[in-house]
Design a protein. Structure first.
Length: 255
């Protein structure tokens, strides 16, 4: 057994699982932790309540590692994505709400199909090897300031956060604490290219002209030139053009 697989297995905790539909969960202090999924895959939306109990945490086990999911949407109730939650997940897109503040050990490790990921602005800590072994994860967008990274090996040791993952790290124009690299990956500060006068945030772009849209710009039937931009029913920060297409939403690509 490789040390990487061993780390994923050891990072899980043995908990007594309850079942609610296709979801396995545990309860502590009146809050639920989703620990497993037995559904058919495809586009999955994690519930904000199981058996009337608020879902606050995901993980301590790989939830989707053996299920052919294409996308996962996390509800606004979740604050912590714990150890191995999405390890081995087959999803192309995973959407996190602003409520998430913590991403744990191996949380997104070995997600072979994941191409981009948006980290909400309130995330302040990343666990060891959080995005390790994701060969197609080329773009990761941080909406907040520089998070603390628990690398377990000391500050002078190898950087495991993105080991085996060829990501470029994109940050917002007002993000603080960032340098030219983050965990041995290049950091690119995004630029503003379009601003609306409707109390909305700006559209952002990176140097490759991969445009980003803030959720506040997604209002039902909002007219953008000759096309409409349709909204997701919930707020998930920024969407890239590719993610909008994956969601089946209309979009306008500002060139």
């Amino acid at each position: 057994m490789s040390w990487f697989l061993a780390l994923i297995l050891l990072s899980g905790l043995s908990v007594k699982a309850e079942t609610y539909g296709v979801w396995q969960y545990s309860v502590s202090n009146g809050e639920a932790t989703i620990t497993g999924y037995t559904g058919g895959g495809g586009a999955v939306e994690i519930p904000d309540l199981v058996a009337g109990i608020p879902v606050k945490t995901l993980g301590f086990n790989p939830i989707f590692s053996s299920i052919p999911v294409t996308s996962v949407t996390i509800p606004n109730s979740v604050t912590s994505i714990r150890a191995s939650a999405f390890a081995g997940c087959s999803a192309i897109s995973i959407f996190m709400p602003e409520s998430v503040t913590f991403i744990g050990v191996n949380a997104f490790a070995n997600c072979s199909a994941l191409k981009s990921l948006i980290i909400p602005k309130n995330v302040t800590e990343l666990g060891f090897a959080a995005f390790m072994g994701c060969p197609n994860l080329t773009s990761i967008y941080f909406l907040g300031n520089l998070p603390f990274v628990d690398n377990m090996m000391g500050g002078s040791g190898p950087k495991y956060t993105f080991m085996g993952t060829p990501s470029t790290v994109y940050i917002l124009p007002d993000g603080t604490g960032w340098g030219l690299t983050f965990e041995d990956r290049p950091v690119v500060r995004l630029s503003v290219i379009e601003t609306f006068n409707l109390g909305q945030q700006s559209i952002l772009t990176n140097p490759n002209q991969n445009h980003l849209y803030t959720e506040s710009q997604f209002t039902n039937n909002y007219s953008a030139g000759q096309q409409s931009i349709l909204s997701s029913p919930n707020s998930y920060g920024l969407y890239t053009t590719n993610q909008i297409q994956n969601l089946g939403l209309g979009y306008r690509d500002w060139e």
